[in-house]
Write a protein that binds this ligand. Structure first.
Ligand code: HQG
Length: 179
């Protein structure tokens, strides 16, 4: 059950840095950082990592999922956590329109309840429809919802942007969602 290719290792890093650090006995600090040395140590023997392999995956990740500290001794996930971390993101003004990709089957529920963060800290929104379509495809037949971010912002609802360009907000009420 060894993980050799970049995708597998990337998924492993997402798993331990976003969701289940305790599964390998890894400690995340309050802002979500793990020690690279400790990560390498705790990942073994299931996953064999080196600082070079880790750095390569951080650089190559299509969505820039991870960030290394400047001195390369610490790593964290840029977004997508279910564990309690404070990424210290500052509220920023969103573009007038944002998009959310999901599957057709979720529409009935979303149109009634709005978008909820489900297992994560935030609802994830995309800046363009192409990205939203890709996100939606992960779940099934994709649909792209149009989010009136400007109006939400005017009503005082906060938006954040992760280091890898994903827009985040706590929840989206149905009145701000159209298809
Ligand atoms: C849906 C990936 C029914 C929501 C992506 C989504 C993203 C509802 C699912 C990041 C609902 C949650 C996050 C409601 C929300 N009724 N369904 N009221 N409210 N949903 O995976 O946004 O590759 O937690 O539409 O690129 O799909 O992991 O969120 O379908 O940035 O780096 O509940 O994950 O990035 O699914 O994806 P997820 P998401 P990575």
């Amino acid at each position: 059950n060894k993980k050799n290719n970049s995708t597998e290792i990337s998924k492993f890093l997402s798993f331990v840095l976003r969701h289940k650090p305790q599964e390998i006995g890894l400690q995340l600090d309050p802002e979500g950082w793990a020690s690279v040395a400790e990560l390498i140590e705790k990942a073994r023997p299931q996953v064999v990592l080196t600082p070079e392999v880790i750095e390569q995956i951080v650089i190559e990740s299509d969505k820039q999922r991870f960030k290394l500290s400047e001195d390369k001794t610490r790593i964290r996930a840029n977004q997508g956590h279910s564990v309690q971390v404070d990424l210290k993101l500052k509220p920023v003004t969103p573009p007038a329109t944002l998009y959310h990709g999901t599957k057709e089957r979720n529409w009935a529920s979303i149109s009634e309840q709005g978008l909820k963060p489900q297992g994560r800290h935030h609802v994830h929104l995309s800046q363009d429809t192409e990205t939203a379509t890709k996100v939606g495809q992960r779940h099934g037949k994709p649909i792209v919802l149009i989010i009136n971010a400007e109006q939400m912002h005017q009503k005082g609802i906060e938006f954040f942007r992760s280091d890898n360009g994903v827009w985040l907000t706590e929840a989206v009420l149905p009145e701000f969602i159209s298809r």
